[in-house]
Write a protein that binds this ligand. Structure first.
Ligand code: PMP
Length: 401
């Protein structure tokens, strides 16, 4: 018995996946980004349809300039935690900007979105409290439940009735009840029925936290997310999100009108015991936010592109989620089928994400695609055409088992 024995199962599984398709699907290298929508992979120019870079701002000239200027004046990192030597005036400026953008009084910025969920949820819901989680919640939300030791109650995905039933059963119990939902679910692209969730929260006097990781910059008249889109921001106690998707940088945030958010800073281990964001990342993030605010047309184009891609894949007979969102998940029946199609797409110059059970909802393998505002209509059509070619090609060849 060695300390590594527990890894043998995954090692064996990885060998099987490689044997099915020839590549290690978890080891794709983007050798060089060429633009927001294309990169060099395996020495070939490849269309990127799996990056979460919804507005294309990872390549924003304004953000690049801001980062370069700031790195020269402030250096490359802070070498410390926010509660020690890791708070520079830039961190406070970013928190003010994000709070103002959301029209909320308070904001905490974290080093990643993962840490924002981990920190906020584990700190808000302690061992005498109840955490009501959507069954399809992101790993950072589940990990937070372990760190905080709250009692976890899962409700059916996107089912406010089920949430209501479970909250009613807790009526009269002393612990606080924290409900956590996501604006757009990362694997499937499903949008939360936010108005209904907010009504259930109100009825049961619970606390509501929304992770807008995939909906920030995407939904709502100004891009604040699903709560803005359906007009229930006043019912949401905490909005969490990330800079690593629509803003193209890295970092996480939580905004709230509860002044107690400032007390969370001194209880929240994933905030206290890690180095703060580097100054150049903050400068790039603020510049990307300005880009996002100055170009509302990016969101319009993003949704047009999402509809074009979604419709194109459905015309090919592929099964996707019903909701049109920038996350388009192609549902497949078997793992060998998913591996073969994913490998063929990459060989033909199209990168999408491969998501395999048990990490997927309902245990179906998914080819998870994400659409960007900066994709041209020609790139969308080319991506659909590559799907068609790959499917035709696989039908005419015997499976490589
Ligand atoms: N929440 C959700 C729903 C996510 O999908 C992700 C990233 N995949 C995160 C949080 C974490 O974000 P970050 O990449 O900034 O750590």
């Amino acid at each position: 018995m060695t300390i590594f024995d527990k890894f043998r199962g995954i090692e064996h599984r990885l060998e099987e996946l490689k044997a099915l398709g020839g590549r290690n699907p978890f080891d794709v290298v983007i050798e060089r980004p060429l633009s927001s929508t294309a990169g060099m992979i395996e020495g070939r120019e490849t269309l990127l349809f799996g990056t979460n870079n919804y507005l294309g701002l990872s390549q924003s000239p304004r953000a690049i300039e801001a980062a370069c200027e700031t790195v020269r004046s402030c250096g490359v990192g802070t070498t410390g935690s926010r509660i020690a030597n890791g708070t520079q005036s830039l961190h406070q400026k970013l928190e003010r900007r994000i709070a103002d953008f959301f029209g909320q009084t308070h904001c905490m910025v974290f080093s990643t979105g993962y840490q924002a969920n981990l920190g906020m949820i584990s700190t808000l819901a302690g061992k005498d409290d109840y955490l009501l989680l959507d069954a399809d919640s992101h790993a950072s939300i589940y990990d937070a439940s372990r760190l905080g030791h709250a009692q976890v109650i899962r409700f059916r995905h996107n089912d406010p009735e089920d949430l209501n039933k479970r909250l009613r059963r807790l009526d009269g119990t002393p612990g606080a009840k924290l409900v956590v939902v996501e604006g757009i679910y990362s694997m499937t692209g499903n949008v939360v029925p936010m108005a209904e969730m907010a009504a259930v929260k109100r009825e049961n006097n619970a606390t509501l936290l929304v992770d807008e990781a995939h909906s920030f910059g995407v939904l709502g008249p100004t891009g604040r997310g699903v709560a803005e889109a359906v007009g229930v921001e006043k019912d949401v106690d905490f909005i969490v999100g990330t800079f690593s998707k629509s803003l193209g940088t890295v970092g996480g945030y939580c905004v709230s009108n509860h002044p107690e958010l400032d007390l969370v800073r001194l209880h929240c281990r994933p905030y206290m015991f890690t180095a703060s964001l580097p100054p150049e990342v903050i400068a790039a993030t603020m510049a990307a936010l300005e880009d996002m605010q100055a170009q509302p047309e990016l969101r319009v184009r993003l949704m047009e592109n999402a509809a074009r891609f979604h419709g194109g894949l459905n015309t090919l007979g592929l099964t996707t989620g019903k909701t049109v969102s920038p996350v388009v998940a192609v549902v497949l029946d078997t793992i060998p089928e998913a591996i073969a199609l994913w490998n063929k797409l990459l060989s033909l110059g199209l990168y999408v994400n491969l998501s395999l059970p048990p990490a997927t909802p309902d245990h179906h393998p998914l080819l998870r695609c994400s659409v960007m505002a900066t994709h041209t209509p020609e790139q969308i059509d080319r991506a659909i055409e590559i799907f068609r070619e790959a499917m035709t090609n696989l039908k005419t060849q015997p499976p490589q088992m």
